[in-house]
Design a protein around this ligand. Structure first.
Ligand SMILES: [Zn+2]
Length: 303
């Protein structure tokens, strides 16, 4: 079903003469195969959040191996490094690999090294006191070996061409979450209602996308100073640690005034409506068999 929906949507985009150069998806094997075989001119990328989920699964598994518990504190920095490699490599597969595998030196407190006859170094500045006190690994050791197996895995190396354009579909996930406010999955809507509700959700999304980080206007005991960007500390159950969240400017509904103005002008016959009824020629249901006569169905149900 997912593959069919993908193909229908994608073909509709192409029919509308859009020039699709890059396409980001999760790691669905069927879609991966379809893109490779049927749309080979499109650069297929993996959404980094979906891909990083496999790292977030493999690294804790490695921690549970004998004598490998010290890997635990490296999980979050390694996942951050994964995003940073994609953002920094600018599409260069070899540079991604070099940046990514530099971890195997950094975790040993080695920040300058010689590799293949060339001098290399980490790109970070001087380490903070907190960073200097990290639980550095030694080579050889069980945790280092467990980490090396993940970082330098053949599968990850093969996947790098799908990871180099910093493709993040988080904004679409946020939209799909927000659209539920107008188009609940628990209720049945007819086609016109579905279209109108989706349109209103899109308008709200477009009106609020790209909001700036909020600025502190009044100092409180837990806030930054006045004029500084606003953040808050959270401890999500899924992350199992305290994280810093960015606070953005509040969502606005200012676009609604334009909609209301248009509705009033149509109602006052100052504007013609271009609305098209989508419920013409739509079957009453999607059942694969013909709808029985209700009286007969009830009689069978009672017999
Ligand atoms: Zn380093």
């Amino acid at each position: 079903m997912e593959k069919l929906a993908f193909k229908n949507c994608h073909d509709r985009i192409l029919e509308n003469s859009y020039d699709v150069q890059v396409l980001g998806t999760d790691r669905h094997p069927g879609i991966r195969k379809m893109l490779r075989e049927e749309y080979d001119t499109i650069d297929h990328q993996f959404d980094l959040w979906h891909y990083s989920k496999s790292l977030k699964k493999k690294l804790p598994e490695a921690c549970r191996k004998p004598n490998c518990h010290e890997l635990q504190e490296w999980i979050a920095p390694i996942v951050n490094h994964f995003y940073w490699c994609s953002r920094t490599c600018r599409g260069d597969v070899n540079l991604f690999w070099k940046l990514w595998t530099s971890l195997l030196f950094h975790v040993r407190n080695i920040h300058q090294w010689e590799e293949d006859g060339q001098n290399s170094a980490c790109l970070h500045g001087e380490l903070s006191i907190f960073e200097k006190n990290a639980r550095w690994l030694v080579k050889p050791s069980p945790p280092y070996k467990a980490l090396e197996d993940i970082i330098a895995s053949k599968q990850l190396k093969n996947d790098i061409p799908f990871l180099v354009l910093y493709c993040c579909t988080g904004a679409i996930e946020v939209f799909h979450s927000n659209v539920l406010k107008y188009r609940s999955k628990r209720l049945h809507y007819r086609m016109n209602s579905m279209e109108a509700r989706t349109t209103v959700a899109i308008l709200e999304h477009d009106n609020n996308v790209g909001r700036q980080q909020a600025i502190v206007k009044r100092k409180t005991t837990t806030s930054e100073d006045v004029g500084q960007p606003r953040t808050r500390l959270e401890h999500p159950r899924s992350r199992k640690r305290w994280i810093v969240r960015t606070i953005y400017d509040p969502v606005t509904s200012s676009h609604v005034y334009d909609i209301m103005d248009t509705i009033l002008r149509i109602a006052g016959r100052l504007l013609d409506s271009t609305w098209i009824n989508k419920e013409v020629n739509i079957p009453r249901n999607i059942a694969p068999t013909e709808r029985p006569v209700k009286e007969e169905a009830v009689a069978r149900y009672r017999s």
